[in-house]
Design a protein around this ligand. Structure first.
Ligand SMILES: C[S@@+](CC[C@H](N)C(=O)[O-])C[C@H]1O[C@@H](n2cnc3c(N)ncnc32)[C@H](O)[C@@H]1O
Length: 245
């Protein structure tokens, strides 16, 4: 049986999944205007989100997850660029997830889905070992306030979390505009024996064009227009992260 999620007060609205071990995160959420029609392309995780094998239809050898897809530009492009891959976007803000899922439904493609949940928790307790070809994390919230630092995705526990769910040779692709957070990402993942940074892979996927890794995302577009420096990294699971059984 799956472990239950932290209990929520009775009468919580449906759009109210657990967002963080230490308490709820106050995510920005688009006001529901009734225009979205996400159908089965949106799953509300709530207290007991379905495990990965209940979300991915049979027949997909490659499954990739994007943590924090926002309005979903990358998942939308990736489902088109990689029709044989299943893309799961795990988004904490229900309004964004609903908007993204509506766009995916309208695309007519069936190799993707959006789930409302805390992405790191989902990786930890709903994804089997070695199930993923890739994990994408683009422009994650930097949570600049000292008291919110524990809410960052790339904390010291993340190499073990990612190494468990990635298959041998699987990659975590990351982009950020935030220099301090980039430093933390490189320190945490780059210094871990479970991962190796691969600049050749960064160049390879960039050359493949949109929807393979890194691009397009809504924040990428916005930050590019603002002239910010965008940093991109590919970390491949190392042999140490895939011990022989
Ligand atoms: C700065 S936005 C970037 C959105 C998108 N990746 C892009 O580049 O346009 C960060 C997104 O991550 C989501 N998010 C933050 N923490 C999360 C978590 N623990 N699990 C899932 N989504 C999360 C936020 O709700 C927000 O939509």
């Amino acid at each position: 049986m799956l472990p239950p999620r932290m209990s929520e007060p009775e009468g919580s609205p449906v759009f109210n999944p657990r967002m963080h071990q230490g308490g709820k995160l106050s995510f920005r959420s688009r006001v529901q205007d009734g225009a979205d029609d996400p159908g089965e392309f949106l799953v509300l995780g709530g207290k007991n989100p379905p495990p990965l094998d209940q979300l991915v239809p049979r027949g997909f050898a490659d499954v990739e997850i994007e943590i924090g897809p926002g309005k979903g530009a990358f998942v939308l492009a990736a489902t088109a660029a990689k029709p044989d891959t299943f893309l799961l976007g795990i988004e904490a803000a229900p309004g964004y997830a609903s908007l993204a899922a509506t766009k995916l439904r309208q695309s007519g493609r069936r190799n993707g889905l959006f789930l409302v949940d805390n992405g790191k928790l989902y990786l930890e307790d709903r994804v089997p070992a070695g199930a993923l070809a890739a994990v994408h994390v683009y422009y994650p919230d930097p949570w600049p306030k000292r008291r919110h630092k524990g809410r960052r995705f790339f904390t010291d526990d993340v190499p073990a979390v990612l190494a468990r769910v990635l298959r041998p040779g699987g990659c975590c692709y990351v982009a950020t505009d935030n220099a301090a957070y980039a430093g933390q990402i490189v320190r945490v993942l780059g210094a871990s024996s479970l991962f190796v940074r691969e600049e050749a892979e960064e160049a390879r996927v960039a050359a493949l064009g949109e929807g393979h890794a890194f691009s397009p995302t809504n924040f990428e577009r916005k930050y590019r227009e603002e002239g910010r420096v965008l940093r991109r990294y590919a970390f491949r699971k190392s042999a140490a992260g895939s011990p022989a059984r």
